[in-house]
Ligand binder design. Structure first.
Ligand code: GDD
Ligand code: MN
Length: 370
């Protein structure tokens, strides 16, 4: 089967009074710009009003209409994901079935996609957009939810004016290979949070009053929305990168302490403390830089691996570490030379006669080196 250009998914639950008009209007709108190149995919969760049956009966008249009846599963956004999984279009879209999303906006959305956008969102919050007569409570709840999303996920929720919109088109390539794991209603936030979306376009629409059937929005959805935000927030913490960073940092400590001992301890080279400290720390800095540049952040600098670029990064890293190195060396000297926190005092304090004898001998040569 040749790939289609557009697959428009329509999640339905008890929408038997709306589905007929919606399919008719969408077909009339999309046939001119898309011809045979699109499909409408109804995903119904076994509606008690048998919306799935009605939709199936319409497939004879509307050959571009496909119907999936889910049994034992419920949820708007999981229904949409399921629809996208079975869809054949290069561009995936979603629209509500209750005509609160005016079908006419699909043409403008498609226009933005055709111009090259990765994501085209129908928004109530751009010039020409709005809601018909929402209660003040619903306005506050919707804006409040948006604000909360901005606080928790600014780099995701802040990318569009209407992150709560359930009406948009996304290029399949922008979400291919990214596992979508939405909760509740807010599929757009999931797409923005997990997909690779560069170019975003927004078209205005007015969210109409529902004339047939009931909204399925309950308080539970607001709780699910908060859980969804949190789940996305956590998924964006780069755990693996953090672990790599911590491992590299620990290897730096081992090199720093190990070299300091090998260079300055009287039982080894017995070099001066400051010189040993500077060398040991510098080796640790170089170690941390190289491992972080190649391993921890390697994927972020794939196109800047030339010697010059790496050299510039090393220079910056070195400058940042300089103040720490200076502070470290001064503190070590103060502790060692003035606060008496040094090899002799530790050994002197240990009770065994042998230790006392040994420390008396070492103290002598250290003074010479410092
Ligand atoms: N398959 C399936 N399963 N569909 C569902 C389910 C479900 O459990 N729950 C709701 N739907 C379908 C409805 O049949 C309708 O087509 C669409 O999802 C939206 O449901 P409504 O209950 O009408 O939601 P709303 O109007 O309050 O909110 C809509 O608009 C908001 C503003 O754009 C949703 O799209 C919200 O996500 C959106 O924020
Ligand atoms: Mn609705």
């Amino acid at each position: 089967m040749p790939p289609l250009r557009l697959s428009l998914v329509i999640p339905t639950y008890n929408e038997s009074k709306n589905i007929g008009e919606l399919v008719e209007r969408l077909t009339a709108l999309l046939d001119p710009p898309l011809g045979e190149g699109y499909e409408l995919v109804v995903v119904d969760d076994d509606s008690p009003d048998r919306t799935w049956e009605l939709a199936e009966s319409m497939t004879a008249r509307y050959p571009k209409l496909r119907v999936l009846r889910r049994q034992g599963e419920r949820g708007l956004s999981t229904a949409v994901i399921r629809g996208w999984q079975m869809a054949r279009g290069e561009v995936l879209a979603v629209i509500d079935a209750d005509l609160q999303h005016p079908p006419e906006a699909t043409v403008a959305l498609w226009g933005e996609i055709a111009r090259g956008a990765d994501l085209a969102v129908a928004s109530r919050h751009v010039e020409g957009g709005g809601v018909s007569n929402w209660s003040a409570v619903r306005r506050v709840l919707s804006r409040g939810a948006q604000l909360f999303g901005l606080l928790l996920l600014p780099s995701v929720v802040g990318r569009v004016t209407d992150p709560m919109s359930g009406y948009f088109m996304i290029r399949r390539s922008a979400i291919a290979g990214h596992t979508m794991n939405p909760l509740g209603y807010k599929i757009l936030i999931e797409v923005l949070g997990r997909g690779k979306v560069r170019w975003i376009a927004e078209v205005p629409y007015v969210f109409r009053e529902r004339t047939q059937g009931e909204s399925k929005v309950t308080w539970r959805l607001y709780v699910e929305y908060l859980r969804h935000l949190w789940r996305l927030r956590v998924s964006r913490i780069p755990i693996e990168r953090f672990i790599r960073f911590a491992l590299v940092g620990s290897s730096g400590v081992v090199i720093d302490m190990g070299l300091l001992y090998l260079l300055s301890d009287p039982h080894t080279l017995g070099w001066g403390l400051t010189r040993s400290k500077l060398i040991a720390s510098e080796m640790a800095i170089l170690n941390n830089f190289l491992w972080n540049d190649v391993w921890t952040f390697g994927d972020l600098v794939v196109d800047q691996t030339g010697m010059r670029a790496r050299g510039m990064r090393l220079l910056k890293f070195q400058l940042i570490c300089l103040s720490g190195l200076f502070l470290n060396t001064v503190l070590l000297n103060v502790q060692f030379n003035y606060l008496g926190m040094n090899r002799t005092s530790k050994r002197a304090n240990s009770s065994s006669a042998f230790a006392k004898m040994r420390s008396r001998r070492i103290h002598g040569c250290l003074v010479g080196y410092v």
